[in-house]
Design a protein around this ligand. Structure first.
Ligand code: F6P
Length: 466
């Protein structure tokens, strides 16, 4: 058995990896590297630590890279059959588990647990098994494995059976549903998810609220946590990176362009999101419309800069939502716009430098998700904004646990309340706004990505196995 062990001492497993490949017209491949907490976290342990990232091949470029044996050292891409991946990722992870944890089901978006769901569930199991097998193959004896997110809830249990010697952790980047909502899942499926997670030695969540909800689900449906420990690690913004990157020339260029779109002397309410149902972009626009109705003094004096980047466009419900965002933004511009003033500046093409430019120019950041694991935009804007912006923040975002005192809190369903909060944020005295922004930035950077990752790794290594 020992001879089958691999060399990796630290393994990360996630659906989306740190690199993806595109195919050029001449057939050659080019790599695109991603950022985010896990990337900085893993780089913090150094190149000699024997780290390996196991992820899915996503799209044609990645599959081609696997076929040609092209790849980065420290990354293993799994070429899971496209149909299995689509059922597991679009069908189960993004259409069922995402909806349950974000409590997004409401008529007419209802869960359908029929034969089609069962087929997709079998794909989700197969997809999780591919990860478990690859990890079992690659991990050195006693290695630490950090499994990520709702795509891979079954992996800890499957891996525990294959490799009882490993230290297994799982981290949820989403909220966790309370028992009354989680019990909507068919009983056997709910049981498999919880038992799968409980195969880990240690489970990490972004806030106490999500950790408590998971514990309550285990008490209600799985006889408790068993030997599994639960920890809270509130991922923070990467201040050094953001401050450096947001001063680069491409960001300055985009600031000039945005300033021209906003217009001289106007205030900017900024939002930056993936066009994701949980982000509540449409209600944000409706709240802005109500602000212009209730407080006509803001007309011509404010612009809503809304960046809504494409997400999960394979799913009809996301495509419909994207169309609705455009429709409402257009409607506001038609109704209130004047020759010199466009009330909503909507951009839908992903551009990180332009996002940072908007962060720098923000007077108010609007972050109003229905429910969110953390929401890093809420943490990033106060760090980057030139003048120290005010933050309108949903009480249902994980970030509220840390930033609530200095933000203007909102109930994300309450459009009138959000309009009032926007007015309050726009009217905040400069001194108060700057003081609050300073405290927001300090709280937002309390646990930078590298420490967030190392804290989890150390806690996992130090605790006895389950
Ligand atoms: O925000 C939670 C999260 O699970 C992230 O950890 C992850 O990057 C993302 O959602 C997954 O979404 P997608 O597959 O659309 O990139």
């Amino acid at each position: 058995m020992a001879s089958t062990y691999g060399p990796a001492q630290v393994l990360v497993a996630s659906n989306r990896g740190p690199v993806s490949y595109g195919v050029r017209e001449d057939g050659s491949l080019h790599a695109k590297r991603g950022g985010g907490g896990l990337v900085s976290g893993l780089s913090a342990i150094g190149p000699d630590a024997g780290a390996l990232w196991v992820c899915s091949a996503l799209g044609d470029g990645d599959r081609e890279a696997v076929r040609r044996g092209v790849g980065e050292s420290g990354v293993r891409m799994l070429d899971i059959p496209a149909g299995v991946h689509a059922d597991a990722y679009n069908g189960i992870a993004n259409s069922v588990l995402w909806f349950v944890h974000h409590m997004l089901y409401q008529t007419p978006l209802e869960p359908v647990f029929d034969a089609g769901f069962r087929r997709q569930w079998a794909a989700y199991e197969a997809y999780n098994r591919s990860f478990a097998r690859a990890l079992a193959q690659e991990a050195a004896e006693g290695a630490a494995v950090l499994v990520q997110d709702y795509h891979l809830t079954l992996v800890p249990g499957m891996l525990r059976e294959l490799r009882p010697d490993l230290r297994i952790g799982h981290f949820s980047h989403t909220p966790w549903a309370p028992p009354e909502y989680f019990r909507m899942l068919p009983e056997d499926v709910a049981g498999q998810v919880l038992r799968g997670m409980l195969g880990a030695d240690r489970l990490g969540f972004l806030t106490h609220r999500w950790a408590d909800a998971f514990t309550a689900c285990c008490e209600a449906f799985a006889g408790g946590l068993g030997g599994t420990r639960v920890g809270v690690h509130g991922l923070g913004a990467d201040a050094d990176f953001l401050r450096r990157r947001s001063r680069e020339a491409d960001v300055e260029e985009r600031m000039a362009a945005l300033r021209a779109e906003i217009g001289e002397g106007r205030k900017a309410i900024v939002r930056v999101d993936r066009t994701e149902l949980s982000k509540n972009i449409v209600r944000g626009l409706l709240a802005y419309r109500q602000l212009l109705d209730d407080r006509p003094e803001w007309r011509e004096r404010v612009v809503h800069v809304a960046f809504a980047y494409p997400s999960r466009q394979d799913l009809a419900v996301y495509r419909d939502y994207t169309a609705e965002v455009r429709r409402v933004a257009d409607e506001i511009n038609e109704r209130y716009g004047t020759p010199g003033w466009t009330p909503v500046v909507l951009h839908v093409k992903d551009d990180f430098a332009r996002s940072l430019a908007a962060y720098r120019l923000a007077d108010v950041a609007l972050v109003n998700p229905i429910r969110d694991g953390m929401n890093l935009v809420a943490k990033e804007v106060p760090v980057v904004s030139d003048e120290g912006c005010a933050l309108v923040l949903s009480r249902e975002a994980g970030a509220y646990e840390e930033l609530g005192e200095d933000a203007v809190g909102v109930n994300p369903y309450d459009i009138t309340g959000t309009a009032r909060a926007l007015h309050e944020a726009l009217s905040m005295r400069p001194g108060e706004r700057a003081d609050r922004a300073k405290r927001l930035a300090a709280a937002a950077t309390a646990l930078p990505p590298a420490r967030w990752f190392l804290d989890q790794l150390n806690a996992l290594r130090e605790q006895p196995t389950a």
